[in-house]
Design a protein around this ligand. Structure first.
Ligand code: AMP
Length: 188
């Protein structure tokens, strides 16, 4: 059973690494960004409400995200574990996640924080070429990260938070992550 929360700034490689680990641990990779992009491309009511926020690099309102996550975490495949990527994105979402997990009688194993310097983040995002990866939107997403998401690191600071250096080649990040995640389990 693997239940991980992935934190880190946009462009840190969270999505790529979360996907690799999810495949390796055979649990779903739950990315709020991917779920929202799917809703936008399908033109659902959620997608229609979320799109303008995403295009501007702002956070989508908490209530929409929390409803979406409650639905996702109660799907059958999530009963056997998950890797959360892009959620929680602010402290109110982190508090709501605690409540959601308590009501599902689930506990996370650890919170991974993928540390990466700003210049590397911008380079990676520019190379990715997503719709919200234009330079001004990237700048705004980094600001939103610092203002709203970075405090989530403090929220988890005494609750199994593991820092991992994201400024390494992809394979080295994956190895560091696997080591970091498995270490506390061996002690337990
Ligand atoms: P990401 O793919 O995680 O970089 O997310 C892309 C965009 O989706 C973000 O810039 C936000 O507009 C929105 N988004 C993703 N996750 C969340 C979240 N947990 N809360 C609010 N907005 C989110």
């Amino acid at each position: 059973m693997t239940r991980l929360i992935f934190l880190g700034p946009p462009g840190a490689g969270k999505g790529t690494q979360a996907q690799i680990l999810a495949a390796s641990f055979e649990v779903p990779h739950i990315s709020t960004g991917d779920l929202l992009r799917a809703a936008v491309s399908q033109g659902t009511p959620l997608g229609q409400q979320a799109q303008a926020y995403m295009d501007q690099g702002e956070l989508v309102p908490d209530q929409l995200i929390l409803d979406m996550m409650k639905e996702r975490l109660t799907q059958a495949d999530a009963a056997s574990g998950w890797i959360l990527d892009g959620f929680p994105r602010n402290v109110p979402q982190a508090i709501a996640l605690d409540q959601m997990l308590a009501s599902l009688n689930q506990h996370y194993d650890c919170v991974v924080n993928l540390d990466t310097p700003d210049d590397v983040l911008v380079q990676r995002m520019l190379a990715r070429g997503r719709k919200d990866d234009a330079e001004d939107v990237i700048r705004r997403r980094l600001e939103v990260y610092r203002e709203q998401t970075a405090p989530v690191i403090d929220f988890y600071s005494d609750r199994n938070l593991i820092p991992v250096n994201g400024n390494q080649p992809l394979d080295a990040v994956t190895s560091s992550l696997k080591q970091a995640i498995q270490a506390p389990k061996q002690i337990a």
